[in-house]
Design a protein around this ligand. Sequence first.
Ligand code: MN
Length: 243
Amino acid sequence: MKKPVIGILTNLMSVEEGPYTGGQRIYVNRDYVTCILQAGGIPLLLPIIDEIAVIHEQILRIDGLVLSGGQDVSPHYYKEEPIPEMGSVSPDRDFFEIHVIKSAISLQKPLLGVCRGLQMLNVACGGSLFQDIPAQIKESKLAHQQKEHRTLGTHEVDIAQDSHLFRILRKMSVQTNSFHHQAVKEIAPGFRVVGRSRDGVVEAIERVGGPFALGVQWHPEMMTGDSDMRALFEAFLTEVRKG
Ligand code: MN
């Protein structure tokens, strides 16, 4: 069977010292690449660019897309002003990803959003975010920014039983790692919440109907010792092959 090409979104880093100071680097955590390779895909990094027509051409050339983790999403994109607790943002990355997601939706490419990727998917499709969980969700008493190792699950996520995510995992709940301080506020039209932590924070969303679009607030790519997390990537690849 022909291996599908999976685009992986990248991040920007400024060089702060040495002879290349002032330059920028485009990169992604290697876990994403390893996961896609293990699940049977051809990983392809998509550099951050600002030409909308070329962004569309990038998406035309892939079969599926992984929206990777990273900075906070600028509240500008959901029409809010920043609160003091908001973290760092990347205007270049936000602009790129808004257009990537618009192209991917219009071209019916399957999507898997991880952490910021879930948040960006929600915002690009018309939803909004809490800019900071401790400041804005008073009933949340869970550690969503865990101090434990990235590979360790720390809090439970309850899965909606009639969801695609439940059909993949076949479990009422999974233990996940957690490295976020933002979360979904209003869910985007056409999407539904399919996973929540015990404090009510949104931890997974999926598109209702249409091509596969799943977002998870945790980092399954860092937990590949867990067969549930490998199953997520395998299910994503299965959906991409149907494309
Ligand atoms: Mn969490």
